[in-house]
Design a protein around this ligand. Structure first.
Ligand code: ZN
Length: 301
């Protein structure tokens, strides 16, 4: 039995990763390059997949996990577009369409965060679970929810990085979300952590680090409490640079337990494997785009 190959694209605002393979143990080819203009970037992607096809590695479908915002509604005239991004040249740009038409392959399209969520669910920290949340915390906060095995979206993708969080005692930082000020992302993304102390978050040490971790854990607990009560995830997986703050996870587990306050009283919510670090690092998105690609094919038995 031969293994079905898939093509994956993880498109970030600064770089693109594309690959052909079937999983972490079978990546046939992989390439990364800077995200420049849409024309140039799409041409480079087409060249990559054409080269693979010529070498005998034709994917059955492509998964495209993109920076956003994106249009995901099936049947919408702009499905597969990047929509209102401030990134120059990319606003209202069809990205999935040219790939599908030029290669003659089905393309499944979703956000980069949802792609990473699928990767962690297949091979990473949420493997084997059907309802979980993946949160990435870096320069912003993105979160994807997989519910009963499928990424949750409706009118648009979920934007759980912008939920309301409860202010931590003693923290007078105004927040830095351009839309909401002190939402989850405004208070807890990497740049917000450092800004309170006038340094980059990763250079904090001593008492400042301890205070930063305590506050960060508090905002995460507050944001995650919303998600726990709305979606009832079996696990919450956290990736991105901020997940590496020393001591963050024990503080977060303590604060989340305090915030849930014993309701509804599940031992699982207080277990060390309820809120966990991501396992695939930078490969969550590229590998997840292979999982996304499978969804472009009709379900088979
Ligand atoms: Zn916001």
């Amino acid at each position: 039995m031969s293994t079905t190959l898939y093509g994956g694209i993880e498109a970030g605002g600064t770089k693109i990763v594309c690959l052909v393979g079937s999983g972490p143990d079978n990546v046939i080819a992989q390439e990364r390059f800077p995200t420049t203009t849409p024309d140039e970037t799409i041409a480079r992607l087409l060249e990559f997949f054409t080269t693979q096809r010529d070498a005998g590695y034709e994917p059955a479908a492509i998964g495209f996990a993109s920076f956003g915002p994106v249009e995901l509604r099936p049947g919408h005239p702009e499905h597969g577009y990047i929509t209102t991004t401030p990134k120059p040249h990319w606003s209202n740009t069809d990205v999935a369409g040219p790939i599908a038409r030029s290669l003659g392959l089905p393309v499944a399209f979703d956000t980069d965060v949802n792609g990473a969520a699928l990767g962690e669910g297949r091979w990473g920290a949420a493997a084997g679970l059907s309802t979980y949340i993946y949160i990435t915390i870096g320069t912003g906060i993105g979160a994807g929810a997989v519910v009963n095995g499928a990424v949750a979206h409706g009118l648009v993708h979920a934007e759980m990085g912008h939920v309301i969080v409860e202010r931590e005692p003693g923290d007078d930082y105004p927040g830095r979300c351009p839309f909401h000020g002190d939402c989850f992302e405004g208070m807890a993304a990497g740049p917000a952590i450092g800004a309170r102390f006038g340094v980059r978050a990763e250079t904090l040490e001593g008492a400042d680090l301890a205070q930063a971790v305590e506050w960060e854990a508090g905002y995460l607990a507050s944001g995650i409490r919303n998600m726990v009560y709305i979606l009832a995830p079996e696990r919450v997986v956290i990736g991105g640079g901020v997940a590496e703050l020393p001591g963050l996870f024990p503080a977060l587990r303590r604060k989340l337990a305090a915030s849930l306050a014993g309701y509804p009283g599940l031992a699982e919510h207080e277990s060390d494997d309820f809120v966990v670090p991501a396992a695939l690092g930078g490969m969550a998105g590229p590998l997840g785009s292979l999982v996304l690609a499978e969804q472009a094919l009709p379900a088979s038995g």
